[in-house]
Ligand binder design. Structure first.
Ligand SMILES: [Mg+2]
Length: 163
């Protein structure tokens, strides 16, 4: 369970406040895209996401997008919200997180991974020794692998909600 346990569980990305980041002593965020910032395949962010990105960056925290999706999906989206990105990051493996960290000007002391999936975002963060925020999936998803991963998440999310 511990490798599948996020530091914090929240509903939406916009629920992450500068105060929470200060409390967790975070200086950089590695941010998922699909179901975290926008519906899968959509280039339009969820309501309030652009303002949230601007607000967090103004508080001095670096953000890099780190997604398992393809470059042709991730790069235009990242450009549109004004962030650097790593596509095909192979979460939960550490390769993409390491590439994303190299994009930061200063090496961060404490990194937060934010995403909506336990078996990619949270597991990857824990394997890399990073903190994590697990979000609730917001949009409908299609495909067998995501269906399977969501099935595997049910028990863990129930347990997290009881804590
Ligand atoms: Mg996602």
């Amino acid at each position: 369970m511990s490798l599948l346990k996020p530091t914090v569980s929240l509903k939406n990305v916009t629920d992450i406040t500068p105060e929470l980041l200060q409390q967790l002593q975070i200086d950089a965020i590695l941010l998922d895209v699909d179901n975290t910032l926008a519906p899968p395949t959509s280039h339009i962010p969820y309501e309030g996401v652009q303002q949230w990105i601007d607000c967090i960056r103004q508080s001095g925290i670096h953000i890099v997008i780190c997604s398992n999706n393809y470059q042709k999906r991730v790069k235009p989206f990242s450009d549109s919200v004004g962030l650097d990105c790593v596509a095909m990051s192979l979460k939960p493996f550490p390769f993409g997180f390491n590439r994303a960290k190299r994009k930061l000007k200063e090496q961060p002391k404490s990194v937060l991974v934010v995403g909506d999936q336990i078996y990619t975002d949270v597991l990857g963060a824990n394997l890399a020794g990073m903190q994590s925020v697990l979000l609730e999936p917001r949009s409908e998803e299609h495909g067998f692998t995501i269906w399977l991963r969501r099935k595997m998440e049910v028990g863990i999310r129930k347990k997290l909600n009881r804590q």
